[in-house]
Design a protein around this ligand. Sequence first.
Ligand code: FA5
Length: 342
Amino acid sequence: MSLQQFVAALDDLADDAKRAFDAAADPDTLEEARIKFLGAKKGLLKSIQKQIGSVGKENMPTAGQRLNEVKSLIEQTFQATQDRLTGDAVDGADPTFDPTLPGIAPEIGHVHPITQTIDHLMEIMGRMGFEAAEGPEVEDPHHNFVALNIPEDHPARDPLDNFYLSVGDGQASRFVEGTRLLRSQTSTVQIRVMEQRQPPIRIISLGRVYRPDAPDATHFPMFHQMEGLMVDRNVTMANLKTVLRIFATNYLGDDVEIRFRPSFFPFTEPSVEVDFLWDGNWVEFGGAGMVDPNVFKAVGYDPEQVSGFAFGLGVERLCMRRHGITDIRDLYSGDLRFLRQF
Ligand code: FA5
């Protein structure tokens, strides 16, 4: 018998054995098949093994190795069939699969703390009759500056304080015709709303704004503001202060103290900074004031007929104050261990 014939006989035997084991429907038939192929004395494998000498001395190692391989293959096939018939394997599945191990729990996400804050702020302001309004994040200079009484040479329009987008020739500049920028404040929405509606108006707008500020514990280049605008006959600073106080006590608690500091914004007159007491310190949360007559003129309202107040508060700072977060960067680091706490 040549080596080739010997190997072919082994391969045929492995195929035959597999077919016989597969066909066995009960343990007795399987045992018969096992004896037929693997039987120690008269098994078919044994009878091939007896002929190994005929392959020639130099082929003996190869033939022996092949014999061992086929033997363990047939034994494995037998074992798998036996497991199947005795029920050790589940529905013929991988016998190494352990159905008693705990499963992989699906990761259930939740709403980001800033989104939760936005929902909460809208709910509080909604109860005071303020409805939500929106505006685009990519703005034109008219809505971000001009209509807000911020003239061409005003430092607030400086490229160092704004993200201008490249248009036309690819230059990102405040002076390019048709230039656009990422809005630097939500006060843009005041203009967009007043352009489209007549008083009385009572809106809030919550959204993203962008400034090239270096990140630190209280600043981030992308953050959120809550803009409020109320326009009607005889709206006064007392209305502004009352609305902000009711808002602050609802969001931060009855014991919160609120302070107005004289300030300047081109689109309000008079203007104030709004501070809340935080850990014994007064912290600025935003700006506010009475809508400047020039803003009313820019949207076609008669400043003799209507008056109004506006405010813009930093949403991150509100969220941080309420939840005791000390670094704004934690909100945007993407660290789920941090975010899961809220
Ligand atoms: C404004 O943006 C005015 N538009 C607010 C306003 C609206 C005044 C209506 C009058 C009438 P200011 O630049 O101060 O104002 O920003 C308002 C608040 O945004 C700040 O008090 C602060 O809470 C928050 N803020 C400003 N820059 C950042 C920043 N880089 N990261 C996080 N929060 C910021």
